[in-house]
Ligand binder design. Structure first.
Ligand code: ZN
Length: 344
């Protein structure tokens, strides 16, 4: 049977705009649902944990019982994930720096976006953030006991460019791999109009100074996120299907607001006959399923990016169908450790 490399990655975080939502709804409960699917098929997940949130939580934990409880539950869940050999890697949303507590100290508001990008922090702040983040993970996870062959990172809002600002920290903390590059990205997904190079291959590749330029002797590995293509009919049917699904009670997702993103208005958008979007559990539904199946049939590598807070029951049902299809047809390699073995 053919081998397919499937990266099932998650940004483990709250909503990052004017209302954050609650830890239980956005992280704990949806992650537990996802875990059931991963366990059923013996798959590994890669969790990019918003450490900027956890550090803010740590600093404010004494302010309410809810925050105290959240902090404890999140720590327990991360330890549990790690012990079950899922991957826990850092993810930063530096605008947590300006977050404020709301709703009786149970939720957060993150409307100040001047520090949205890591690059906007002062060098000293960048350095403290990395130091605290790595310390946090080491204290929590007993990383000594497991050889972490590949320490990965994903930048908030896909903002890994320019890589110069990260280089020093990747070296210092032995970060070997980046997971932030979304090829053919639609501008509405990114802050500050970060655009990646056009000919990014759908497979892992080595890089040195630029995350989107392959360098065979590069010291880091880029795992680009995969894009699935749809035509206009797919999108129309998909919208109708989602409208119907979201009306059903079990398909509600938690309340929260994302960071506002206003891409500059360019001239009239060109009408498109095909549309690419990242492979993602929360974007998957019964209409798009056939394109996901076709994608795995035609590619040996598929990198999903999902957010537990956005995944409704019907998304997970379609994802399970996809996994069921793929696992009957192929050997699915989801463990980075196995990736490395096959690289040797
Ligand atoms: Zn994020």
């Amino acid at each position: 049977m053919n081998l397919k490399r499937l990266l099932i990655t998650f940004d483990y975080e709250l909503f990052l705009g004017k209302q954050s939502g609650l830890a239980l709804d956005c992280c704990i409960n949806p992650t537990n649902k996802i875990l059931r699917v991963l366990d059923d098929y013996n798959l590994k997940g890669i969790f990019f944990v918003d450490i900027t949130y956890l550090l803010f939580l740590q600093d404010n934990v004494h302010k309410s019982e809810v925050l105290k409880k959240d902090y404890q539950l999140i720590r327990e869940q991360l330890i549990n994930l790690y012990q079950r050999n899922h991957y826990i890697f850092p993810h930063f949303h530096p605008h947590w720096k300006d977050a404020v507590l709301v709703n009786n100290n149970t939720e957060f508001s993150l409307t100040e976006l001047k520090h949205y990008r890591f690059h906007s922090l002062k060098t000293e702040e960048q350095s403290i953030l990395w130091e605290r983040a790595v310390q946090f993970l080491n204290d929590l996870l007993d990383t000594e006991s497991k050889p972490y062959w590949l320490f990965g990172y994903r930048a908030g809002g896909f903002g890994i460019k320019p890589f110069d600002d990260f280089y020093e920290y990747f070296k210092k903390y032995d970060v070997k791999a980046d997971f932030s590059v979304l090829p053919n990205v639609d501008r509405s997904y990114v802050f500050d109009n970060i655009i990646y190079g056009e000919n990014i291959p759908n497979r892992p590749f080595r890089f040195s100074q630029s995350v989107d330029v392959e360098d065979l002797s590069g010291e880091f590995i880029e795992f680009p996120i995969s894009n699935v293509s749809f035509n206009n009919i797919d999108l129309i049917l998909s919208k109708i299907s989602n409208k119907f699904e979201y009306k059903l009670k079990q398909n509600q997702i938690p309340k929260g607001f994302s960071a506002v993103n206003n891409p500059p208005k360019t001239s009239k958008p060109k009408p498109r006959i095909s549309f690419k979007e990242p492979a993602s559990i929360e974007l998957l539904n019964r209409v798009k399923l056939y394109k996901y199946k076709r994608f795995i049939d035609e590619n040996d590598y598929m990198h999903f990016i999902s957010h537990p807070k956005m995944i409704a029951e019907f998304n997970l049902t379609s994802f399970t169908k996809f996994i069921n299809y793929a696992s009957q047809k192929y050997v699915l390699q989801t463990d980075l450790f196995e990736f490395e073995q096959s690289h040797k």
